[in-house]
Design a binder for this molecule. Structure first.
Ligand code: FAD
Ligand code: SF4
Length: 522
């Protein structure tokens, strides 16, 4: 009997771990009779940076749930498991194998979340003489092209103006052509600390305990990556679109109303406070930002949440989140190598263990390892600030941030780390370095209460290493910072120091740097 060759796949739709969106442009025109989906769990994506176990689990579990949903719909899915004995280890290796086997006429993908991955896909397709169609990612409100046009018209980029433009264009939180409530920004009412009394009882966010599929992934991750950082004990993230919507509802019902005033506050033992915990769900595309913003705006119109909280939250999504993506694609790939301040120290070893007697760092890093999440100010003004003041090489700081958070994807992580937190892009993301002394941390948290150091002291036995390094940072970069009008107040304070005070500060800072670099306590 004559054998009929298997029907050739027409289009192979590539679905990467951060593209779990059935409404993605990659699925436009998908014909289940002719097309198939390709997904692969490859160790390289977990070892490219030394990923937290919770980050790996988050991606793999969400991918397996997405695969099952597609199969339930009747789609053909070619899926490579992490522990398959023939797993080639990298996206290129796995894709090459599939291309040899299926010989599809065309590959289709949405824009990946990292420049490195986009290049790998293009190179693999080229090597295998297969056309690849990389389609815009509709998840975002602003396209990369629109951002490029916006950026090309300006000498200096600022998130605030981009954000206002998005609001005007979309009508989000607008009353005609004016911002709702008559102001674009409610920062003056926000940015509060809790004071000595603390936050009181904070409603615990809805938890999504791991189901059997997630537990399978957790076991595979523990087996394959036993020495990777972080714990899986607290893993309770939303990993399906349905769970992500429940997490959104829970945030709006219980925490949104206090988000605004306390978005910058930190408190021991309260990892989430009034934050949404939605970043990973959005970055993996389980949740559409438009849906998030519409639900939050509705909470304002129905009186469920005040405008300062609603505007503060919406600004993060349609302002910062969209803006950093624009910056990433506009400036990559050379953005990755920027180092305006010439910082060259290695990342202290305690970033991977939390073992330091500086309580703020111990709390923020400990929380990172335990939960895989820290909020913005813990990232910017504790771990990020210390690395900036110490002068750690920005690329090492970047590799840490990309590794340790469940929500870490390069397009959003890199501009935040390299640009906003380390000022390595020379002012693209931030108009001045986020340099502060330990007094900022004292004001915004209770960390200093249980610390052997004194945030107000810059020299002496009890001097806070942040405060010492803050003055040292200003002295080290004085000539560069003089050109920045927004640094003048800080430099005026520096000018008041006598040569003797400067000399003592420098001596203390040298000791802190030596100890921190050797990962011992200063
Ligand atoms: P919420 O405080 O509830 O904020 C709501 C949403 O707004 C977030 O889910 C996020 O989507 C968006 N958002 C908030 N801040 C930012 C910001 N600065 N840039 C872009 N979007 C923002 N966020 C990531 O999603 N992935 C990262 O890898 C990442 N790396 C960061 C690295 C550094 C050094 C810093 C300073 C910030 C980083 N952020 C990153 C931004 C921010 O810290 C997280 O989005 C936030 O803490 C996630 O928790 P949440 O969902 O509870 O956020
Ligand atoms: Fe951190 Fe300094 Fe406060 Fe200690 S005293 S918690 S090191 S800011």
């Amino acid at each position: 009997m004559k054998k009929h060759p298997a029907k050739r796949t027409r289009h192979l739709v590539l679905v990467l771990g951060d593209q779990l969106d059935r409404h993605s442009a990659a699925f436009d025109g998908f014909d289940p009779a002719a097309d198939a989906v390709w997904m692969a769990e490859v160790p390289e994506e977990s070892t490219h940076v030394w990923s937290h176990k919770a980050r790996i689990t988050m991606f793999l579990s969400a991918m397996r749930h997405f695969r099952d949903a597609l199969k339930k719909e009747g789609l053909t899915v070619h899926y490579r498991l992490l522990d398959h004995p023939e797993n080639r280890g990298s996206l290129s290796g796995e894709l090459t194998r599939t291309l040899k086997q299926l010989k599809p006429k065309r590959l289709i993908s949405a824009v990946p979340g990292a420049w490195r991955v986009q290049r790998a896909l293009k190179k693999t397709a080229q090597a295998m003489h297969t056309q690849i169609d990389i389609r815009p990612d509709r998840h975002f409100l602003a396209s990369s092209e629109a951002f490029s046009q916006y950026a090309a018209q300006r000498k200096q980029l600022r998130m605030e103006f981009f954000y206002r433009q998005v609001r005007k264009k979309t009508g989000i939180l607008m009353a005609g052509d004016k911002p709702a409530g008559g102001k674009w920004n409610f920062d003056a009412e926000n940015r509060q600390g809790f004071g000595k009394e603390g936050p009181g009882s904070v409603p615990a966010p809805r938890s999504f305990p791991p189901n059997s599929l997630t537990r399978e992934v957790m076991a595979a991750v523990e087996k394959r990556f036993p020495d990777h950082p972080g714990s899986l004990k607290r893993f309770d993230w939303p990993i399906t679109p349905k769970q992500a919507r429940l997490a959104l509802d829970d945030f709006i019902d219980h925490r949104l109303h206090r988000f605004g005033p306390y978005q910058d506050a930190m408190w021991t033992g309260e990892p989430y406070l009034y934050h949404s915990r939605l970043s990973a769900a959005m970055n993996l595309k389980l949740l559409d930002p438009r849906e998030v913003v519409a639900a939050v705006e509705k909470a304002y119109h129905t009186g469920q949440a005040p405008l300062n909280s609603v505007e503060g939250f919406i600004r993060q999504i349609i302002g910062w989140r969209e803006y950093v993506r624009g910056v990433y694609w506009f400036f990559m790939p050379d953005y990755l190598n920027r180092n305006t301040l010439g910082a060259a120290r290695p990342l202290p070893r305690f970033y991977w263990t939390g073992e330091t007697d500086m309580n703020c760092l111990r709390q923020a890093i400990g929380q990172t390892l335990e939960y895989g999440l820290c909020h913005h100010i813990q990232r910017l003004m504790v771990t990020g600030l210390f690395a900036l003041l110490l002068g750690v090489k920005p690329q090492e700081v970047h590799a840490w941030y990309l590794a340790v958070y469940v929500d870490a994807v390069e397009w959003i992580e890199l501009p935040n780390t390299l640009g906003m937190s380390q000022f390595a892009d020379g002012g693209v993301m931030a108009s001045k370095p986020y340099a502060a002394s330990g007094k900022y941390i004292q004001r915004m948290s209770n960390y200093c209460v249980d610390c052997p150091y004194e945030p107000g002291q810059s020299t002496g036995e009890k001097a806070c290493p942040f405060t010492t390094l803050y003055w040292d940072f200003l002295m080290r970069h004085e000539s560069l910072l003089r050109k920045n009008p927004r640094m003048q107040l800080q430099l005026r304070n520096l000018n008041r120091l006598s040569p003797e005070e400067r000399r003592r500060l420098k001596g203390q800072a040298d000791r802190v740097k030596a100890f921190a670099t050797n990962s011992e306590n200063p």
